[in-house]
Every structure is written in structure tokens, then in C-alpha cells.
Design a protein around this ligand. Structure first.
Ligand code: 2RA
Length: 350
């Protein structure tokens, strides 16, 4: 016996990943899985551990009849529907993967390993941006131990950040480029420029301060999730690279207390959700190819910063964008709510 769990956007890149996270982890008891999509996917059937599931057309009523609803859809869809699904005593718990509610002070923005307690504060929980969730797995345990004065991040973000269309554009563009001998102009719709064999320092819209929205998300979300003051400077340069589904990040932390690299490594080794991969003499360090498909975020290249001296640490992380950056974090939120009693609704039978 368990909960009725729904995924809205079950055929998208993130929605598809929620299913194996639920199946393989087996922590959230699921009695029925429902998958909602557009009229295009309605009627499609897939085999899951929870039985054969037929995609249904989304409706507010059907979503409200569930216990937990994962929204893996656009921000506009979430803005329009999330509150209607969770409102009132009999509404469902909504875990929203979009940015629609992340910056509303009263809506919890949660990475369960950091601020899981926040899930007790409401029925609508926001899942962070992938870049933030991946970076914080390493930043937070260090910040707890050493304090933080500033964070500077540079990212190397995979095509999957733009969903299945982003991955398709990268793969098809690469194939065309190779077939044509490399000389031809590539078409692009998802990214601002062709991504194959390129590096694009532009993700999301440019803001008045010259940063992109993707970069500002890192600033806003790190502060909100870790409870940091607005006085702590956090800056990011976000770059799209032609990898498929794991984001990498170079992170520099200026700390309050002096850092000991051996100790920092041991803190990271003990941290939940982190795998230390840091044997440079054997050419072992985090990489998108090795981080892909893993629940844990790889952390390595851990070293004292020559820019900030004793109070500075530099490291490199790679994490699966679709898992730690989206589907897995959302499922961990539901598991946390199951453990802390926030999921006991009428329709559940746990
Ligand atoms: C990206 N972080 O990589 C965004 C997606 N959430 O495009």
C-alpha cells in the first residue's frame, strides 16, 4: 500500500527520469503511478515496476485526486496550475521542477540534504535549478565547517539543461556536422548558436546587470537554500558546452576560517550525495562522462586557492543534470515528506 503519485510531463527529459528514481530507490511507497501529458502522448503505454501505465490527459481534478504530484513542465504551466492542484485540505502535495515559485519567500525551495525541514512548511515545494542543486552538494558541507565570505562559480552545462529538444539538437547537429565534413552552417533553435564543437556563454535571458538569469538563479537560490545573508557575494558565469546530460562547475570559496585541504576532503567524503573523485596523479577527477547516471555528485581537484590563500578553496564538480539537478532531487523531497509525515493525506493508504 502507498501513495498515488503523479508525474505531469512524463514524456519530457526530467519526467522520464522520475520513474526510474521511484522504482530503483524504492523508498517512497507508491500504490499507483499516474502519468499526465498532452493530448499527443495520451494513450501511450509504458511498463513500470508499478504496472503498465497509460498516459492520461492532464486535468486539475485528476491531479488533485493524487497524493503527490511532480510537475516536470514549463514555468508557465506551473504558474497556471500548481496552486490549483494543491489548494485546500484535499489538494495534493506539489513538487514543482520549474522556476515559477522558487523566489517567493513563503514557498520552500529545497535540497533535502540541506534544508529538508522546510518541506513541513507547505503543500507546494519548489525544486531548485540544476546548477544550484549540483554545486550545493559540495558547497554546503564546506560552508557549515568553514563559513563563507564569497563564492565564485563558472559552469560547463550540458545540453540536457534545455530538455529533450536540447539533447536532440546537439546529437543531430553533431551528426550533420560530421557527415558534411564540418564546413557547413548548422541550424539551431534551442540554443542561441549551434552547440556542436562550440562553447556558448549564454544560458537564459540577459538581465540589466549583465548577468544571465541562469547566473542570477545561482546567487538567489544558494542564499535561499543555505539561509545566507544577501551580503554574501555569490557570482556565476554559466556556459553551455556540447556534453549531453551532466553539468560541471568550477567553484571557488572564500571562507571565514582557514581551510585545511586534507580536512576539507574528509568533510566531502562524509557528505551525503557526494563522491570524492580526486586522484589527479591517476588522472581521476570529476567529468560529465563518469558523473552521468550517478545519484551522487562527483567532487575533485580540491586545492587551496592561490587567489584567496589560507581562506580559500577551489574544487570541480560534475553531476547528472537530469538526476541530482532535477528528478532525483524532486523524488528525495517526496521521500523526506513521507518520512516527516507531510504526505499523510486522505487518499493515501500507507
Ligand atoms: C539549463 N539550468 O541548464 C538550466 C535548466 N534548468 O539550461
Amino acid at each position: 500500500m502507498g501513495y498515488t503519485v503523479a508525474i505531469v510531463g512524463g514524456s519530457g527529459a526530467v519526467g522520464k527520469e522520475i520513474i526510474p528514481c521511484l522504482e530503483n530507490r524504492g523508498i517512497l511507497p507508491v500504490s499507483r503511478l499516474r502519468i499526465f501529458g498532452s493530448s499527443r502522448s495520451a494513450g501511450r503505454k509504458i511498463q513500470t515496476k508499478f504496472g503498465e501505465i497509460e498516459f492520461e490527459i492532464f486535468s486539475i481534478e485528476a491531479a488533485r485526486a493524487c497524493d503527490v504530484v511532480f510537475l516536470a513542465v514549463s514555468g508557465d504551466f506551473s504558474k497556471e496550475n500548481a496552486e490549483k492542484i494543491c489548494s485546500g485540505e484535499d489538494g495534493a502535495i506539489v513538487i514543482d521542477n520549474s522556476s515559477a515559485f522558487r523566489y517567493q519567500p513563503e514557498i520552500p525551495l529545497v535540497v533535502p540534504e540541506i534544508n529538508g525541514e522546510e518541506t513541513k512548511k507547505g503543500k507546494l515545494i519548489a525544486n531548485p535549478n540544476c546548477t544550484t542543486a549540483i554545486g550545493l552538494m559540495a558547497i554546503y558541507p564546506l560552508l557549515q565547517h568553514y563559513g563563507v565570505k564569497r563564492i565564485i562559480m563558472s559552469t560547463y552545462q550540458a545540453a540536457s539543461g534545455a530538455g529533450q529538444p536540447g539533447m536532440d539538437e546537439l546529437l543531430e547537429g553533431t551528426k550533420k556536422y560530421l557527415e558534411g565534413g564540418g564546413g557547413q552552417k548548422l541550424e539551431h533553435e534551442v540554443f542561441a548558436h549551434p552547440l556542436p564543437f562550440n562553447v556558448i556563454p549564454h544560458i537564459d535571458k540577459f538581465q540589466e546587470n549583465g548577468y544571465t538569469k541562469e547566473e542570477m538563479k545561482v546567487t538567489w537560490e544558494c542564499r535561499k537554500i543555505c539561509g545566507l545573508s544577501d551580503e554574501i557575494p555569490i557570482s556565476c558565469t554559466a556556459v553551455r558546452i556540447p556534453t549531453l546530460r551532466a553539468h560541471s562547475e568550477s567553484i571557488v570559496m572564500e571562507t571565514e576560517k582557514a581551510v585545511n585541504v586534507k580536512e576539507a576532503r574528509s568533510i566531502l567524503e562524509k557528505a551525503d550525495g557526494v563522491e570524492v573523485v580526486d586522484e589527479p596523479e591517476k588522472s581521476l577527477y570529476p567529468m560529465p562522462l563518469t558523473a552521468t547516471g550517478k545519484y551522487d555528485v562527483e567532487v575533485g581537484r580540491i586545492r587551496k586557492s592561490i587567489a584567496f590563500g589560507d581562506n580559500g578553496l577551489e574544487f570541480f564538480v560534475s553531476g547528472d543534470q537530469l538526476l541530482r539537478g532535477a528528478a532525483l532531487n524532486a523524488v528525495l523531497i517526496a521521500e523526506e515528506m513521507h518520512k516527516n509525515g507531510s504526505l499523510s493525506t486522505d487518499s493515501s493508504n500507507v
